[in-house]
Design a protein around this ligand. Structure first.
Ligand SMILES: [Zn+2]
Length: 234
C-alpha cells in the first residue's frame, strides 16, 4: 500500500507516496509532485556518478534524494573510515614533529598506541561537535526534533555529509607545499556539506545550520580544553 510521506519531493520537500508508477510491459512513469508540479525525484533516472557530483556541489535536491528517497545505509562504516583517515593524518603529523628515529620495538609499540590515541581523540571531537549541533538545534527549533526518528535522520545526514574527510588521505599521500591549504579547504568543505545536510533534513533556512555548526565547533573546543585541564594529553 502506498503511504503518504514515504518519499519526499526533491524540489519542494513535499511528501509523496511514490517515485514512479509501473504500468507493466516495461512502461514506467515518473511521479509528478502535487505541490510544485515537477517530477518528485528526477535523480532516480540518473547515473550514481551524476548524483555524487551534484552532492559534491552541495545541491539540496541531491541531498534530499540521498536522505529521503534511497535506502542508503553506509553511514556507520563511513563514519569509522573517516575517523581512521583523520587519525592517520594526526598520527603522521605527530611522527613529523617527533625527531626520534630509533627503530626500537618499544618505540614501534608506542607509535601504534599513538595511532589508537589519535583515533580516540578524533572520535571524541566528532562526538562533541555533533552533540553541540544537536543541543543548538533542539534549543532553537524544538518542533523539528520532536521524535526519535528525527534525531536518527539528522545523525545519519551528519555522518554521511562528513564524507569529505576521505580526501584527507590523498591530500597527505601526494604531499606538496600546498598541503596545509588543501587540509583547510577539506575542513571548510566538510562544514559546508554538514550545514547543507542539516538544512535539508530539518527544512530550515540557511542561517540556523551555520549557527548550529558554530556552536558545535565551540562545544568541541570546550570539551578538548576540559580534557587538557584534567591532565589528559589531547
Ligand atoms: Zn514538489
Amino acid at each position: 500500500m502506498a503511504v503518504l510521506g514515504a518519499y519526499r519531493c526533491i524540489e519542494c520537500n513535499g511528501e509523496a507516496t511514490e517515485l514512479y508508477r509501473d504500468y507493466r510491459r516495461g512502461v514506467l512513469r515518473i511521479s509528478i509532485c502535487k505541490s510544485c508540479q515537477k517530477p518528485v525525484d528526477k535523480y532516480i533516472e540518473y547515473d550514481p556518478v551524476i548524483i555524487l557530483i551534484n552532492a559534491v556541489l552541495c545541491k539540496a535536491q541531491a541531498y534530499r534524494h540521498i536522505l529521503f528517497n534511497t535506502k542508503i545505509n553506509i553511514h556507520g562504516k563511513l563514519c569509522v573510515f573517516c575517523l581512521l583517515c583523520e587519525a592517520y593524518l594526526r598520527w603522521l603529523q605527530l611522527q613529523d614533529s617527533s625527531q626520534n628515529t630509533d627503530p626500537d620495538d618499544l618505540i614501534r609499540y608506542a607509535k601504534e598506541w599513538d595511532f589508537y590515541r589519535m583515533f580516540g581523540i578524533a572520535s571524541l571531537e566528532q562526538t562533541s561537535f555533533f552533540i553541540g549541533i544537536f543541543i543548538t538545534l533542539w534549543w532553537m527549533t524544538p518542533e523539528t526534533l520532536k521524535r526519535k526518528s528525527d534525531f536518527i535522520l539528522l545523525l545519519k545526514a551528519l555522518l554521511l555529509s562528513t564524507y569529505g574527510k576521505l580526501l584527507l588521505i590523498p591530500a597527505v599521500i601526494w604531499e606538496h607545499d600546498y598541503t596545509p591549504l588543501c587540509l583547510a579547504f577539506i575542513k571548510v568543505f566538510v562544514l559546508i556539506s554538514n550545514s547543507q545536510a542539516i538544512r535539508v533534513t530539518l527544512n530550515l533556512n540557511r542561517i540556523l545550520p551555520w549557527f548550529a555548526i558554530l556552536f558545535g565547533l565551540i562545544f568541541e573546543n570546550g570539551v578538548v580544553c576540559l580534557f587538557q585541564k584534567m591532565g589528559w594529553d589531547v
